[in-house]
Design a protein around this ligand. Structure first.
Ligand code: T6T
Length: 336
């Protein structure tokens, strides 16, 4: 009963957050959006050469983004190389950006791992002539980018708070956030949206802790949160690996009844949803982000209008709607 009621509310919250469509995308800038069918990924016989630099290797969100980008690149005749650091870390991503800059690609799609630290390396790429498209994460000063494409992460965090209000019910209680690390635009915004979303509700927000994108650390944070707050009622986990760790922590603590809502929909997250450790996944649209990233880069290279900011949507996945075509289509891939 509660699950079904929550889906209805979750979806209407999504409609409220994203305007006309619960899971569509919106553009908020002056330029017209790029019609990819009218374009191809070459100019005067030269095939465009692009690189996608993800936030971290092996994360199904970025794997799925890469699949979307690769399919669109193939369709457009663009040569696409995909790279990413071993860890979600600016000190590991920066040398990759510098090495890519030395090869002078036509365009780079990049998810900066830190909104400040990656500014100078990305600015240098841009000064070297590459068109820059920021995918997923962004910078504090993103002016060099021809386009920024991401979910509405603040709205997603607020949606998670509303979902926990519904799941926990009228008694309310304590809730916590397990987050990645400060300085990542997306996850910072999710926590910000969550904190705003619990204000004035029956939930008492006890704060956030950071796991450095390490599931083992997220598991130990979860266990110590439960030890310090035996009456904890809910947790919001802000990304794939954090969600994996929170679910493991709950399993290891043998704690039942804590409601968990998480961002993302990797295969392990889906397993944890099925087993009841997680009650709701806020799935992003990474393949769409990758596809639109290629389209924007091609448009910029051809001197066509680009869209400064593109917001992609979410699908809220629960145990109840998991088998629906919409939910199945929103799950992330471990390979293309
Ligand atoms: O949640 C995604 C992405 O949006 C975020 O910027 C970093 O973490 C993920 O890659 C998932 O692990």
């Amino acid at each position: 009963m509660m699950g079904k009621r929550w889906i209805a509310i979750g979806l209407s919250a999504a409609v409220g957050a994203f305007g006309l469509s619960a899971c569509g995308s919106s553009d908020d800038n002056s330029g017209s959006s790029t019609g990819s069918s009218a374009s191809s990924g070459s100019s005067g016989g030269k095939r465009y050469d692009m690189t996608l630099i993800t936030g971290v290797k092996g994360d199904e969100f970025y794997i799925t983004m890469g699949c979307g980008a690769q399919a669109e690149a193939a369709r457009m005749g663009v040569k696409l190389n995909i790279q990413g650091p071993d860890e979600f870390d600016a000190s590991q991503q920066t040398p990759i950006v510098n090495a890519v800059a030395a090869k002078r690609p036509d365009a780079v799609l990049i998810a900066p791992t830190d909104s400040k630290a990656l500014f100078a390396p990305i600015q240098q790429l841009s000064t070297g002539g590459a068109k820059i498209v920021l995918v997923d994460t962004t910078l504090d000063q993103p002016d060099m980018a021809v386009s920024q494409i991401s979910s509405d992460n603040v709205a997603g965090g607020t949606q998670a708070a509303k979902a926990l209000v519904q799941l926990i019910g009228s008694g309310g209680g304590k809730v916590a956030v397990v987050n990645v690390k400060p300085g990542i635009s997306t996850t910072d915004q999710r926590a910000q949206g969550f904190s705003a979303g619990v204000k004035g509700t029956s939930l008492q927000y006890v704060g956030q802790q950071f796991d450095n994108d390490d599931p083992a650390k997220a598991a130990s944070i979860t266990k110590s949160l439960l030890a310090k707050n035996p009456d904890l009622k809910g947790i919001f986990a802000t990304n794939v690996l954090t969600a994996e760790g929170v679910a493991s922590g709950l399993r290891e603590a043998g704690k039942k009844g804590v409601k968990v809502v998480t961002f993302d929909a990797g295969p392990k997250n889906v397993e944890d949803l099925k087993s009841g450790l997680i009650q709701g996944l806020i799935a992003q649209k990474p393949a769409d982000i990758g596809k639109q990233g290629i389209d924007q880069a091609v448009a910029a290279l051809k001197g066509q209008p680009t869209t400064k900011r593109i917001t992609t949507g979410f699908v809220t996945v629960t145990k109840d709607n998991l088998s629906s075509p919409e939910a199945q289509g929103a799950l992330y891939k471990a390979s293309c």
